[in-house]
Design a protein around this ligand. Sequence first.
Ligand code: SAH
Length: 210
Amino acid sequence: MNIASMSLTTKQQLYEFWKQSRTVTNENALSAFLQVSREQFVQPNARKLAYQDHPLPVGYGQTISQPTTVMLMIELLEVEEGHKVLEIGAGSGYNAAILSKLANFVYTLEYIPELAAFAQNNIHDAGIVNVQVIQQDGKQGYEKAAPYKRIIVTAAASVVPEKLLGQLAEDGIMVVPVGKPYGCEMLKIHRSGDEFKTSRHGMFSFVPLV
Ligand code: SAH
């Protein structure tokens, strides 16, 4: 083993770090992380970097999000067994794969056809059957299966997409980064009936929601 490979973070190290630092406290989310192989969702030449805590390119100018960001968003989303979840921005399919271990069913939307196919293949190869990848503009949501208990947007939206608010269940939660790609604020929007309450959860960087 050379020094470069010794310095690579392992899946177990990331898990221990989140647990000990209490960055991630939701046991179900931590267990979901352990159940999914991130190396199956990155490009073949990046597999050895799969557990570095940073985003990685997946082609077409897009990235698979940083593991800590994925986990923080999933914690905010408060997914429960039995929930129907809508994700905007399938990318590699990794986030949807983690969500699939927590929810009943996940619909994930991706506008780039090649990435929709990439996500679909990765999810299939991981043996996951409760995720559907749909190639279309995520700002429109997916009316056919609405309403959703949870909606998660994994790209920076310039404003909260109106259509998505309409597809959120009456007691639903949406997590969405809003603002500029390099400097967007993580919002958690809680719907109760016709009321929407927003809380703020720090600044992040994401590829843009187009
Ligand atoms: N959740 C992904 C990472 C998301 S990167 C993962 O786990 O790998 C953001 C993704 O959103 C990119 O793949 C990008 O192509 C997609 N995207 C951007 N704007 C979109 C839109 N309007 N509709 C659907 N997908 C969009």
